[in-house]
Write a protein that binds this ligand. Structure first.
Ligand SMILES: C[S@@+](CC[C@H](N)C(=O)[O-])C[C@H]1O[C@@H](n2cnc3c(N)ncnc32)[C@H](O)[C@@H]1O
Length: 601
């Protein structure tokens, strides 16, 4: 292999880890010279030496810069972490500071690094929409004179419920995918997660390296009960560093210190091979417990939800049985495009059309300008008080995409089948620096309108979700539900088993790691109809609403109303860092800090 090919391979290997070419190139060059062009030493053990050198160079850089940087002092004086009770990081990570632009951004970064106190796992109100995975309250769009009606589906667990009938505790059932058929496959018999509970295992916390046996490859064997599969810990297992080589400050090779042996952990594929593409997880700080959940690539029924997937339910006018190949190439758009006004929502490049995306974004930004429907008897209100439910607070009628499906004549490559083809973008779960916990970033540039992933979890009724929340405690709290209410109110008397939501807390896909960002998030959620013609059940797909560069964090506006103090469920303290952050508490702290910094300059 030529030097050039080997260099490209090395850069690609780093890219898969989430390390950009620009950052790693100088380190690679340094190693190449230092090791006298002996590529084997760099390539050994999956580029272990290069990885170590990269992280060490980051740490060194941060160390020297931090000494000169007065802001550092204020960081140490900073208040508590953004997550209450979060373990302190082993090291202060200052490495992003030099990438920030001028003082305003710097001070924001300082603020983020300070890890402000938060109420953490939030139950909160949503203002604009009824979907927000950061909260257990699964709806709550507000419509005061500005925002529209506001209602809440789930009360804080210590609040009494109108209906006190005893219920068993269905929540926190951790299950594996084994044996369950997923709804989105359109199987005629849909088996629920609870049906297979007996045969499944409880998800355990991923043990630390010390508690684990090691595989012959030197990786940590975390056993079949791990939700994350094989963990490659860069340095915390000595086997991972059998070469024992690293680049010291003066460039000589030396054995790693114990401290350095704990610098980061890497999971190659959290999906356990269940997606089209691997999704890695990188913890550069080695400071956070691995998330406890079971990866499921698509929505799966929990118990009582009624998702009736049968071809017979799809009327002839709701599919395009006579089509062939790619519907997007037809001169007259097929029947499925009727849903989007006779024009397809997708372009031939597989992106959302500009017009469709603009319309959807206007719904998020100005929900008060859009149409609401009101249930005669709202399932959410019924959940709160079965005997005397309050009146419905309204549901936004959202724009849907209708994809071609199995009753259609077109093939799987048809341009009107995007979400059902699953993940295709390189994503990585990583530990955010701002105190938001884990987050998701893209490892490739994503053009505006790209499909990223759908929000997958257990499909359950709102009553089931309510019970989960009521009975959950401590670590078991449910923090990842969204409500599928985009069409409620359009029919009389929605039954409980038809009023559905998704909970990705115990069983979910990569979307469960996507954090909230106020107003200028780079993702938007859009309802997508695939296998069911009614809208009780649909897929919630996340698309980019702007061009997103590789290594940017992917974020989604959960629609939280941080000003709603009347709601019994408190929102998390937002660390989104947006200039448009709606969390005033956070803004106040940010302003104070900026003033402090300005005084010091
Ligand atoms: C859907 S999860 C996102 C993944 C989560 N960060 C994790 O580590 O599992 C939502 C939770 O993430 C945290 N979170 C999301 N966005 C946040 C933000 N902007 N500021 C602070 N915490 C945030 C909150 O704890 C919230 O309840």
């Amino acid at each position: 292999m030529t030097t050039n090919t080997r260099a490209i391979k090395a850069l690609e290997a780093m890219k898969d880890l989430g390390i950009s070419e620009d950052e790693v190139r100088p380190v690679l060059l340094k190693l190449y010279k230092l090791y006298d062009k002996k590529w084997e030493l760099i390539e050994d053990d999956n580029y272990r030496t290069l990885i170590d050198a990269y992280f060490e160079s980051k740490e060194d850089k941060a160390y020297f810069e931090s000494k000169e940087d007065k802001q550092e002092e204020h960081k140490r004086k900073a208040p508590a972490s953004c997550h209450d009770g979060e373990k302190p990081k082993q090291k202060l990570h200052l490495v992003d500071i030099d990438n920030q632009v001028l003082s305003a951004d710097n001070s924001r970064q300082v603020l983020q690094d300070m890890k402000l106190t938060t109420n953490s796992q939030a139950f909160m109100a949503a203002r604009d929409r009824k979907i927000y995975p950061g909260a257990a309250s699964s709806e709550g769009r507000c419509k005061d004179p500005i925002d529209g009606p506001c209602h809440r589906s789930i009360q804080r667990k210590n609040m009494s419920r109108g209906n006190d009938k005893p219920k068993s505790h269905p929540g926190s059932v951790s299950t594996s995918c084994n044996g369950s058929l997923n709804a989105s496959n359109g199987n005629l018999t849909v088996k629920s997660l609870s049906d297979v509970y007996q045969n499944t295992h409880k998800i355990e916390a991923t043990p630390t390296c010390n508690n684990n046996t090691r595989t012959s490859k030197g990786n940590i064997d975390i056993g079949s009960s791990s939700p994350l599969g094989e963990v490659k810990s860069s340095l915390d297992c000595d086997a991972a560093l059998r070469t024992g080589l690293n680049l010291s400050r003066n460039g000589s090779r030396q054995t790693l210190s114990e401290d350095k042996k704990k610098s980061f952990r890497y999971v190659e594929d959290i999906t356990k091979g269940s997606e089209n593409i691997k999704i890695s997880l990188l913890d550069e700080t080695n400071s956070e417990d691995f998330p406890k959940f079971n990866y499921i690539p698509c929505n799966t029924l929990y118990q009582s939800a009624n998702v009736n997937i049968s071809l017979a339910r799809i009327a002839d006018e709701d599919c395009c049985s006579d089509c062939l190949g790619d519907c997007l190439s037809l001169s007259v758009p097929c029947a499925c495009s009727q849903e989007t006004g006779g024009e397809f929502a997708y372009t031939s490049q597989g992106l959302l059309s500009e017009k469709f995306l603009t319309d959807c974004m206007s719904m998020v930004k100005e929900p008060q300008h859009h149409h609401y429907v009101f249930c005669k008897e709202c399932p959410i209100e019924r959940t709160k008080n079965e005997t005397k439910p309050e009146s419905c607070k309204g549901h936004l009628v959202r724009k849907f995409i209708k994809e071609c499906w199995r009753k259609c004549g077109c093939d799987m490559q048809c341009g009107n089948r995007v979400v059902q083809r699953g993940l295709s973008r390189k994503l990585q779960v990583f530990l955010t620096q701002e105190g938001k916990g884990w987050g998701v970033r893209t490892l490739e540039d994503l053009p505006k309108g790209s499909f990223v992933c759908e929000y997958a979890g257990e499909i359950l009724t709102n009553s089931e979700l309510y019970d989960r929340i009521v009975y959950s405690t401590g670590n078991d709290r449910h923090t990842y539900p969204v409500t599928l209410d985009a069409d409620w109110g359009s029919e009389v008397g929605l039954q409980d088993e038809e009023a559905l939501c998704l909970d990705a807390t115990n069983n979910g896909n990569v979307a469960r790691f996507i954090n909230h960002r106020c107003s200028d998030a780079n993702l938007i959620d859009i309802p997508v109809e695939v296998e069911t013609p009614d809208r009780h059940y649909y897929h919630l797909a996340l698309f980019t609403n702007k061009d997103v560069s590789a290594y940017e964090e992917l974020t989604w506006d959960y629609g939280i109303d941080f000003d709603d103090h009347t709601h019994p469920i408190e929102a998390f303290q937002c660390c989104c860092g947006s200039a448009f952050c709606r969390d005033r508490k956070q803004k106040g702290l940010f302003d104070n800090l900026t003033n402090l910094l300005l005084e010091l300059i």
